[in-house]
Design a protein around this ligand. Structure first.
Ligand code: FAD
Ligand code: NDP
Length: 520
């Protein structure tokens, strides 16, 4: 550790660990002109920040990353790497995989395996394995920073002025750092419904679920978007009694026909849905169970139920509040609290940038944060003038039946081009693996949204089925670069796969013909 006991402030320009610290007291902010400590200072060591820092360092810049994890209200904390690595994509996908394995074990006897049913799942064992993998990624990120000579500070940053940040360690020690360019990549954190009695006290969020040592048991998941449905999906798949409480529609902003199929499949797998309901109170009963009171918005009737865990998945808040952005003159959207940026990712202060979840109008996805970070570093280093293209970003919701999509939903295409100019090709198909296992494939469905006029530019692709993420990734290339329906039909399929159903889509919705695929 640098410095001695108590709060210490490193003088601007002084080398780290050189013992040049001022003891606590008013510290004059470093001059805004003149030499700065770093060429680039990145606030936030998550997907976007680490990608930007590593790229800039590789291109010869003197770079520092500051990252600090504020524990969740439940006290959960984690290491370097941000949301995706610690409390997002990675542990989520691994738990999704754990749940899928349960389904495969149930399929196994159909394929001749002698597996005693029902099988039991051990949450503790799974959680430990997942957490160990996450910890190895934390370590990997630290090593990568070291290898690329990026200086890492485990401090919580806030702006002193437009070239300087103050960073405070867990122990309260303060460091001042200055840089020519600053990138804000502080992401976001889950929202709590603080107006609901007991919500903060007794509920958890996605910041906690992956780090629970013991099974969450019977769980109420509040919310109906990515996080809510993915978590409810794997909890159900692991054999837990799981209920989703949604106040309106599932997966707002996504193709609504696909979204309904997602929840229909989940219901068929045992997830309970309380539709058009909002919670009003969470109380702890003497036996430790949580009693939730909710209102049915359709009937106005109040209901009560008991659960072991209440998981709030009602959206996220950008991490901007503690950054003292006003000290640097950085503008935010007062409603979303996100940082306003232009196409170059620049904020209202030209040498300060914002990328990833914290930036206004950006998809909250890891690959977009990473690509935006890398491109920004390349521009700052004069290597390229390319800016991030946020159009046609593919994504997948890792629900038990995965939903992958890229481009416009059917509703968006119709709203934009008019129904008479849009052709939708679709098919209900049965994955081969489902046949022997006698699985129901009622919700395995694909739709391709195209312009009607030849050559029928593909506007969007939506796919519900096993491995939809893997399938969508490949087709995203074609759609990004302007593939037409004709070109997709000229593509030879790989047999027997689910992906080949995309290149065999012949039935248009307009024709009214039965879109059920039969035979090869
Ligand atoms: P983050 O990764 O959130 O990193 C920000 C970092 O900054 C954090 O480490 C934070 O602690 C730190 N920080 C904040 N404030 C300060 C400060 N003042 N000083 C110092 N450090 C600070 N995306 C996908 O593409 N695929 C998925 O499957 C997927 N699954 C997800 C599942 C869940 C449950 C969640 C919640 C998200 C998921 N996402 C997924 C979204 C993805 O995780 C985010 O879009 C991505 O992590 C955003 O990266 P970022 O760099 O903007 O911020
Ligand atoms: P979202 O903002 O997408 O969704 C919030 C959900 O909570 C909506 O269903 C909303 O309902 C509901 N809601 C909001 N407030 C309340 C309330 N007070 N009471 C009840 N319900 C409420 O948030 P998520 O946390 O699901 O996802 C955040 C982002 O993280 C996503 O946009 C995505 O980009 C990223 N992510 C990506 C994943 C992936 O790539 N697979 C996985 C997980 C997250 P309503 O529609 O009525 O407003």
């Amino acid at each position: 550790m640098c410095g001695g006991e108590g709060r210490a402030v490193r003088l601007p320009g002084a080398p780290e660990c050189a013992g040049v610290f001022q003891q606590e007291g008013p510290t004059p902010a470093p001059a805004m002109e003149g030499k700065q400590d770093y060429d680039l200072l990145v606030i936030g060591g998550g997907s976007g920040g680490l990608a930007c820092a590593k790229e800039a360092a590789q291109l010869g810049k003197k770079v520092a990353v500051v990252d600090y994890v504020e524990p969740s209200p439940r006290g959960t904390s984690w290491g370097l790497g941000g949301t995706c690595v610690n409390v997002g994509c990675i542990p989520k996908k691994l738990m999704h995989q754990a749940a899928l394995l349960g389904g495969m074990i149930r399929d196994a006897p159909h394929y001749g395996w002698d597996v005693a049913q029902p099988v039991q799942h051990d949450w503790k064992k799974m959680a430990e394995a997942v957490q160990n993998h996450v910890k190895s990624l934390n370590w990997g990120h630290r090593v990568q920073l070291q290898d690329r000579k990026v200086k890492y500070f485990n401090i919580k940053a806030s702006f002193v002025n437009e070239h300087t940040i103050s960073g405070v360690t867990k122990g309260g020690k303060e460091t001042l750092l200055s840089a020519e360019h600053i990138v804000i990549a502080t992401g976001g954190r889950p929202k709590y419904p603080t107006h609901i009695e007991g919500a903060l006290e007794y509920g958890i969020t996605s910041d906690d679920i992956f780090w629970l040592k013991d099974s969450p048991g019977k769980t109420l998941v509040v919310g109906a978007s990515y996080v809510a449905l993915e978590c409810a999906g794997f909890l159900t798949g692991l054999g837990l009694d799981t209920t989703v409480m949604m106040r309106s529609i599932p997966l707002r902003g996504f193709d609504q026909q696909m979204s309904s199929l997602v929840t229909e499949y989940m219901a068929s797998q045992g997830t309970h849905f309380l539709k058009h309901c909002i919670p009003s109170r969470v109380q702890k009963l003497p036996d430790g169970q949580l009693q939730v009171t909710w209102e049915d918005l359709t009937s106005g009737i109040e209901n009560v139920g008991t659960f072991d865990t209440v998981l709030w998945a009602i959206g996220r808040i950008p991490e901007t509040r503690s950054l003292n952005l006003e000290n640097a003159g950085i503008n935010t959207n007062p409603n979303s609290q996100k940082i306003l940026v232009d196409a170059q990712e620049a904020t209202s202060v030209p040498h300060i940038y914002a990328i990833g979840d914290v930036a206004e109008g950006r998809p909250e996805l890891t690959p977009t944060a990473i690509m935006a970070g890398k491109l920004l570093a390349q521009r700052l280093c004069g290597q390229s003038s390319d800016v991030m293209d946020y159009s046609n970003v593919p994504t997948t919701i890792f629900t038990p039946l995965e939903y992958g999509c890229v481009g416009l939903s059917e509703e968006e295409a119709i709203a934009h081009y008019g129904e008479e100019h849009v052709e939708v090709y679709h098919a209900y198909y049965k994955p081969l693996e489902f046949t022997v296992a006698e699985r129901d494939a009622s919700q395995c469905y694909i739709k391709m949204v195209c312009l009607r006029k030849p050559p029928q530019l593909v506007l969007g692709l939506h796919l519900l089925g096993p491995n939809a993420g893997e399938v969508t990734q490949g087709f995203a290339l074609g759609i990004k670069f302007g593939a037409s329906y004709k070109q997709v039909m000229q593509t030879v399929g790989i047999h027997p796969t689910c992906a080949e159903e995309v290149v065999k889509l012949r039935i248009s919705k307009r024709s009214g013909l039965d879109p059920t695929v039969t035979g090869c």
